[in-house]
Design a protein around this ligand. Structure first.
Ligand code: MN
Length: 490
């Protein structure tokens, strides 16, 4: 066995041993057949896991930004780093800020390994740890000398482990009145924002809209969840919300974030219009699919994760007594409440009778089928939007005119709507049946807007509608007239 002291030159050069509590190193341990291994969770500038194999008197090391993969289909990056001294095996503690690797190191797993192959740029081993067991290969991805390797699990996933689900469509609530007997129901505040499912893997968060679009880049503040969850893998359901200065969710404010894609603009807007991910369900946790668990149990698991920070929170829910939460939401000028049966499983994409929404204000999504040119102060711009909704099934499906929406716009809204509608201009009316007035300019019915209104008229149009914002997360074809379902909560 050769001494490790020669190999530790780079390790020692990077550190001041008067300052850091890390060991300077000695000799011993590990040979061609194998030895001990350790995985250290390292909260440095970026969270990563340091994977170290004892061999020829040193710890041969890689940094894994996403940890050790448990699924053979999911290779993770492994950045080859300098050999570490054997004493590092037991190191846990605080490396001072400003020092190399400043941050906290804790042991994530340790055990022994056997070597099956150890060649230049390729290593095959079998790990026997407390958390990780199985055959792994590490291989260099580029030419000799590059530090980028990959780590691949060669065995099937650990027994009983379920893969993280992908592309889940969020469960929906049906518009309804409060149930007469609400003992079996849980009630939450209805958050007025953009629904999003977060897939949290080690070191990475993927955020998807209700139509399955990856919207993570627009909300960088949510990516910090990966750090908070550390090694845990979770799929969360929640709403992206922008709060106004009074602490109320403001869909209007959120508009300013929804339509921005430039990273520079997002960085600036983050300060002005911060977004919070309000989490209300947990669908998967560490290899276990939770969809079939009752709502009350999923909530208990979710609350145990204690996800609370500036950019995400987990508000509680009330068992029964929906009327008092609805009253509270009305007093605070909030949109309403969502009721969920305590015993109900999570049904992705379904709008069943287990989740209901009860609103203080009447809201409706509408398809924009054109506009009326502005007059006076709004000359040359949009005066009012022409709204509609789909009616009928299959071949009978028609876009019905639901009246014009002429209030609720900010200057910014008018500008954005002008930009978005102009390219959609068309000659003929997209509406069937009742038509808007002569001056109408028609548009392909692609954009969806949220409006508030007083009531439906007998003719099926909106009375006193007010514009709230564009809903790019809703496909236009899905917009129908929402009616409270008296049977939903029976
Ligand atoms: Mn490290």
């Amino acid at each position: 066995m050769s001494s490790g002291s020669k190999k530790l030159g780079e390790y020692r050069e990077k550190r001041s041993f008067e300052v850091t509590p890390e060991p300077a190193g000695g000799a011993g341990g590990g040979d061609e057949g194998g030895g001990r291994f350790v995985i250290q969770e390292h909260h440095a500038t970026r969270l990563h896991w340091d994977f170290r194999l004892e061999r020829d008197g040193v710890l041969v090391s890689w940094a894994l930004p996403r940890g050790v993969p448990l699924d053979p289909g999911d290779n993770h990056l492994a950045v080859h780093t300098e050999d570490h001294p054997l004493d590092y095996f037991d190191f846990e503690g605080e490396i001072p800020q400003g020092e190399y690797g400043g941050g906290t190191v804790t042991r994530w797993d340790a055990g022994s390994y056997e070597t099956e192959k150890w060649e230049e740029g390729k290593v095959v081993i079998r790990l026997e740890g407390e958390r990780v067991e199985g055959r792994y290969s590490l291989f260099r991805t580029g030419k000799s000398g590059t530090k980028n390797w990959m780590i691949h699990r060669m065995d099937p996933p650990p027994a009983g482990r379920e893969a993280m689900p992908r592309g889940l469509s969020p469960m929906k609530a049906r518009l309804a009145e409060l149930p007469a007997d609400d003992g079996g129901w849980g009630f939450e505040i209805k958050w007025d924002g953009v629904r999003a499912i977060a897939y949290c893997e080690t070191g990475r968060v993927t955020l998807e809209s209700r139509t399955g679009r990856d919207i993570g880049a627009a909300y960088p503040e949510v990516s910090g969840l990966a750090l908070e969850l550390a090694g845990a893998e979770a799929v969360l359901d929640g709403e992206l919300v922008a709060f106004d200065p009074a602490g109320r969710p403001s869909f209007q404010r959120l508009q300013r974030r929804i339509h921005i894609t430039s990273q520079n603009q997002i960085r600036r807007l983050r300060e002005e219009v911060p977004v919070t991910y309000v989490i209300f369900d947990l669908l998967y946790l560490d290899g276990e699919l939770l969809l079939e668990l009752p709502y009350s149990e999923r909530r208990a698991w979710l609350e145990a994760l204690e996800l609370e920070s500036e950019s995400w929170r987990t508000p509680g829910f009330h068992r029964g007594d929906g009327a008092s939460l609805l009253g509270l939401s009305r007093a605070q000028h909030l949109e309403g409440v969502v009721g969920k049966r305590l015993e109900s499983p999570y049904r992705p994409g379904k709008r069943g009778r287990d989740w209901i929404k009860v609103k203080n204000v009447r809201g409706q999504e509408v398809v924009i089928g054109g506009w009326l040119p502005g007059k006076g102060r709004r000359d040359g711009r949009i005066g009012a939007l022409l709204s509609g909704y789909y009616d009928g099934e299959g071949e009978e499906r028609r876009l019905r005119f639901a009246g014009k929406v002429g209030t609720g716009f900010s200057e910014r809204d008018l500008e954005l709507l002008g930009q978005r509608l102009e390219p959609l201009r068309m000659e003929r009316s997209p509406f069937e049946g009742r038509q808007p007035e002569r001056a109408a300019i028609f548009a392909e019915p692609r954009l969806v807007a949220a409006v508030e209104f007083a009531e439906w008229t007998e003719a099926g149009t909106l009375r006193h509608p007010s514009y709230k914002g564009l809903r790019d997360d809703r496909p236009a074809e899905s917009v129908i007239r929402e009616r409270p379902d008296p049977g939903a909560a029976s």
